[in-house]
Design a binder for this molecule. Structure first.
Ligand code: AMP
Length: 619
């Protein structure tokens, strides 16, 4: 690195930019670059030889932060000052994490259930964004120390299922750490890139990325066409990983040694020693047939066969998720061209064999599974730095995005599964004369009524000049950038009055919620359709009533007494139909009112025409 280039246009010297790739993980994080000389991605290694930085932040009594291995060592002794797994809290409200909060040994604040979570350490409060920024800062320092050059730009990876809020939070954490985050890339996409999958523009492939880490499991199905990555489906378990394998071994030894529950619970150091030895055994068994160790002077042993038997149920759970992911992507195992292994726990031979057998093909496992995501992020950084053939990385929107229209209907601007970046726009108008403001409410979901969907944001377009109802042309545009962040803008085209907001939802959606919202839209499809039809008919009827009222108020002199009576009677009937929520009746009565009032409109036209012929101006 640190290469000097000359700008041909200006003759000035330019320092070739270093853009790093960062895997900001739940358990560990790391940073990688593409080497100038070999063009290969490598994880940055400290003198201690380590590439992984535990994603753990410890605060001492003076509130100074310590990150990584040093912080990890304090996890047991000072749990309330040592923050782990902060990624699980990114972009989430207390409501989102409520039922999981027992997982965290530190103090998560519940001040207002809809607001973003905060973590209390001593008398200080930290947001997950701040905490993540400490980890990123540490990575940045490391990189600068190793590369001996300033590092200001980065590509950061996130799980494929991260929503807007979580992606935005990750981006903010980067900014807070002094990094310009050029791109947020999905982890499975990065892993594929690390293996060179999808780097050639003409390549077309379907890839399964199996990611089993310490505490989480993700399976993603991706399709690459012309250098565009599309996430076809994701599945997994946010509480399943190598830690569960360790726990299974601990449980086995506890039974074998005859340790009582009370002894296990009461003796922190024994529990800790068991857990560490279990992990050691697991790692040892990845390349040996048996393990022997000692805990508190007591001998423990385990064979590979026994270990496999203990972890088989965990592996089976991952395969069920794989099945579901394939089903959601409407694919079969034979449609998968490549399987990429990610995460430390894929080193377990049983995992590798089971995945290979499930997909019926050899898996990509040559790269270090702990580093593969960061390596891919570095490849992406290299592409962005213009050092590699240019290519786009696209994903899809998991749920439809739209705005609320009259009667609480959802008007979809960007349908689900649209490839991003994407842009869509539509014109709307006012319902009342002289209406100067318009409320734009942005929703996400598949249901016909906004009340069944999830509100992302709301803003007012104000200052619309006074115009009759229906005349203003308000164009609403949705723009989703390459990071999946939505920008909504509204412009009144006649006057140029405009308003824009970045949609940063207050809290995130879990995978399950996205799935539930999709399921709901299917189960309620029929009743939703009926409701939509009724709302649409009633809206039209109300507009008809309003126009007729306006007409009567303005041109009463053009109607005979009989006509007035007939009109008023029909208006009453139509109102009753709306109140009765009978769609067919509403439509019928609207039609009748229209029949009665149509000739009146013609009369107005005639009158206007006569006026015009008299040389008057029509207004
Ligand atoms: P990750 O979250 O991807 O860093 O994965 C960490 C997990 O991988 C932990 O549960 C480790 O115990 C596990 N792991 C690391 N090395 C090995 C190994 N050689 N064999 C089995 N599991 C391992």
């Amino acid at each position: 690195m640190g290469k000097i280039a000359i700008n041909i246009a200006t003759g000035s010297l330019q320092q070739a930019e270093t853009i790093v790739g960062i895997d900001l993980g739940t358990t560990n994080s790391l940073i990688a670059i593409v080497r100038e000389d070999t063009r290969q991605p490598i994880a940055l290694r400290e003198i201690d030889g380590l590439t992984l930085v535990p994603s753990i932040v410890h605060f001492d009594r003076n509130s100074s932060a310590m990150v990584g291995n040093e912080a990890k060592e304090l996890l047991i002794d000072e749990p309330e000052r040592t923050i782990y797994s902060v990624k699980r809290l990114m972009g989430k409200s207390y409501k989102d994490v409520g039922h999981d909060s027992s997982f965290f040994a530190y103090n998560i604040i519940d001040d207002d259930t809809d607001s973003l979570v905060k973590i209390q350490v001593g008398d200080k409060f930290y947001s997950p964004i701040e905490l993540s920024s400490y980890i990123l800062k540490e990575l940045k320092h490391r990189a600068e120390h190793i590369l001996k050059t300033p590092v200001n730009k980065a590509v950061i990876t996130v799980p494929a299922y991260f929503n807007d809020a979580q992606r935005q939070a990750t981006r903010d954490a980067g900014r807070l750490a002094g990094l310009d985050v050029l791109r947020i890339v999905n982890e499975p996409t990065a892993a594929s890139l690390a293996y060179g999958l999808g780097v050639k523009p003409e390549e077309e492939k379907t890839i399964a990325v199996y990611d089993l880490g310490g505490g989480t499991f993700d399976i993603s199905v991706l399709k690459i066409t012309n250098g565009i990555f599309e996430v076809l489906s994701t599945n997994g378990d946010t509480y399943l990983g190598g830690d569960d394998m360790d726990k299974a071994v601990v449980k086995h030894w506890v039974a074998e040694l005859g340790i009582s529950n009370a002894e296990f619970d009461g003796n922190k150091s024994l529990a800790q020693a068991l857990r560490l030895t279990a992990e050691e055994a697991k790692k040892h068994l990845s390349s040996n047939d048996s393990f022997e160790g000692e805990i508190d002077g007591r001998k423990v042993r385990i064979t590979k066969a026994k270990f496999n038997e203990l972890v088989q149920p965990l592996v089976d759970r991952t395969l069920t998720a794989c099945k579901n992911a394939l089903r959601d992507a409407k694919l079969e195992t034979k449609d998968i061209d490549a399987v990429v292994m990610v995460g430390g726990s894929t080193r377990v031979p049983l995992v590798k064999e089971s995945v290979r057998d499930f997909f019926g093909k050899e898996v990509f496992d040559q790269l270090n599974p702990d580093e593969v995501v960061a390596l891919g992020a570095a490849v992406q950084a290299d592409i962005l730095a213009g050092k590699n053939t240019d290519m786009l990385l696209l994903d899809v929107t998991p749920l439809s995005l739209g705005i609320e229209t009259m009667g609480g209907l959802m008007d979809v601007l960007i349908p689900r599964n649209s490839k991003i970046p994407t842009k869509a726009g539509r014109q709307y108008t006012t319902h009342k004369d002289g209406q100067s403001g318009m409320r734009i409410s942005v929703y996400q979901g598949e249901r016909d009524l906004v009340q069944d969907n999830r509100k992302l944001a709301e803003f007012n377009l104000t200052g619309i000049p006074a115009m009759p109802a229906g005349l203003p042309k308000v164009e609403v545009t949705f723009l989703i950038d390459a990071d999946g962040i939505l920008k909504v803008s509204a412009t009144e085209l006649r006057s140029g009055v405009a308003q824009t907001i970045d949609v940063k939802p207050q809290y995130g959606l879990t995978d399950e919620e996205v799935e539930r919202m999709l399921m709901d839209s299917l189960t309620h499809a029929k009743s939703d359709m009926q409701t939509r039809a009724l709302v649409e008919a009633s809206t039209e009827a109300e507009q008809m009533l309003e126009t007729t009222m306006k007409f009567i108020n303005k041109h009463r002199e053009l109607l005979s007494g009989e006509e007035m009576e007939a009109t008023e009677l029909q208006m009453k009937r139509l109102k009753a139909a709306i109140a009765a929520k009978d769609k067919d009746l509403v439509q019928k009565e609207t039609e009748l009112l229209n029949d009665i009032s149509r000739p009146f409109a013609e009369r107005v036209m005639d009158a206007a025409l006569k006026d015009a012929m008299k040389g008057k101006k029509i207004v």
